[in-house]
Ligand binder design. Structure first.
Ligand SMILES: [Zn+2]
Length: 440
């Protein structure tokens, strides 16, 4: 058994009582939290002690929608005229980039992004992957990156008919079976789908049959732009949620991403099927799209989570973007502040409770030992009434000095432990250059 004591922290537990404890400690045994609070000196004889120096100690963050494969898009400009709309963004950038990825690109792009996440204090990532030229085994390469860094992941492959009918079905099936058989909660799986606008009826039938047989939920983009709604209606005379219902896709383990162009009735269907909706505000703004009506969804009791959609691995700044966008959209300075913080800290945790066995997202005995120490000592009173202010105005800009994932110290003094970051960075530059040269 290994043990670790984090002492002298301002411990934000996010436990059932929302305890915030100054000069407190977190004691970890193996990959679980054993005790939190004022632990007397000498009570334990840990293998290792970390002095938090009065900084905040809090649970590792969760990203509920990411695209690790988008890492090498940084700085890349697709050839030709700039995309004028969402469909052109997909056609000119993402569908060219994902088609050009080879196995090494998949691995190194995942590795870079997972390391970034670890350094940003994110310890669980729900990823959505596409690499049509090397789909078979691609999720194993991403899993390898997660295990090398030490983070938790829920992976899937996005099935789409855009290149080849049913592309990606076999990879989802294989990987879901592998995860179910392994009985290892560090990496789990969902059945990935791109979006209704690139999925035919035979493909959806097949995906639905396999996922239901395996007992897996889905992870799919929905109503991100009007084009998804229009194409679905023109081809099938169905609204988005109705068509998903036709295939039995909504469920408590299914993540619908975006949901910008939902009718009120479709929001109600999210609630009645107890499905998950994940909002990605920075991505929506970057693509010049509209705004997901998350406050309407919350008022209906929908479980709304937050992700970055490949824009970054920084979850607190994403929550900050969420409330700022909602306030701008509604022209109301009273709304969305607490909601954004709670979506990040509570709802993303609830989403993970549905996709993983081990509880996470709170510092309490029995919880997964995912703990971060941002370099942030509060200079105004910190308590449950003020914490969201510290979160969205202060912690959003704080460097994460230490990240502990599954009981292992994986980031120390802002750097990866036991990983040659410079060698990986150099390799990534090389891979990205080759990748870009393949895209015309
Ligand atoms: Zn996405």
């Amino acid at each position: 058994m290994s043990s670790l004591l984090i002492k002298n922290g301002f411990v934000v537990t996010l436990n059932d009582n929302n305890d915030m404890l100054e000069n407190a400690s977190v004691y970890i045994e193996d990959d679980k939290i054993a005790e939190v609070g004022q632990i007397p000196e000498g009570k334990y004889n840990p293998d290792r002690v970390i002095d938090a120096g009065g900084n905040i100690v809090m649970p590792g963050l969760i990203n509920a929608h990411h695209h690790l494969y988008s890492t090498f898009a940084r700085g890349f400009s697709p050839p030709g005229e700039p995309a004028r709309n969402f469909k052109e963004i997909l056609e000119r950038l993402w569908w060219k980039l994902d088609l050009a990825l080879d196995a090494d690109d998949v691995y190194y792009s995942a590795l870079m992004a997972v390391m970034h996440a670890a350094r940003a204090g994110c310890t669980t990532i729900i990823d959505h992957h596409a690499s049509p030229s090397c789909s078979e085994g691609s999720l194993d390469l991403i899993e390898k990156a997660f295990r090398e860094v030490g983070l938790n992941g829920c992976l899937c492959y996005e099935v789409s008919d855009r290149n080849e009918k049913g592309e990606g079905i076999a990879e989802n099936e294989r990987f879901i079976k592998k995860c179910k058989a392994s009985n290892d909660d560090q990496i789990t799986a969902l059945f990935g789908l791109h979006a209704l606008m690139t999925l035919s009826t035979p493909t959806l039938d097949k995906c639905s049959d396999i996922a239901h047989t395996l007992g897996a939920g889905f992870h799919v983009h929905v109503a991100e732009a009007e084009v998804d709604v229009q194409v679905t209606f023109e081809r099938y005379q169905r609204r988005i949620m109705d068509r998903f219902l036709d295939f039995g896709i909504p469920s408590p383990q299914t993540i619908f991403v975006h949901g910008i162009h939902f009718e009120a009735r479709e929001m109600d269907l999210l609630k009645t099927t107890d499905s998950i909706l994940v909002n990605n505000p920075e991505s929506n703004m970057n693509n010049g799209l509209s705004v997901t009506p998350i406050l309407e969804m919350l008022s209906r009791g929908v479980l709304v989570g937050i992700g970055t959609d490949g824009m970054s691995s920084h979850m607190i700044s994403q929550a900050r973007a969420m409330y700022l966008l909602q306030r701008t959209y509604r022209r109301d300075p009273r709304v969305a502040f607490a909601e954004a913080a709670e979506i990040l800290l509570k709802n993303n945790r609830t989403i993970c409770d549905r996709l993983f066995t081990e509880p996470r997202g709170a510092l309490a005995p029995g919880y997964l030992a995912d703990v971060i120490i941002p370099e942030y000592v509060p200079f105004t009173p910190l308590n449950p009434n003020t914490f969201y202010g510290h979160l969205l105005f202060g912690l959003s800009f704080a460097r994460v000095g230490t990240t502990v994932a599954r009981g292992n110290v994986i980031v120390e003094n802002g750097h990866m432990v036991g990983i040659d970051e410079e060698a990986i960075r150099a390799k990534s530059v090389e891979r990205a250059q080759k990748l870009w040269s393949k895209i015309h």
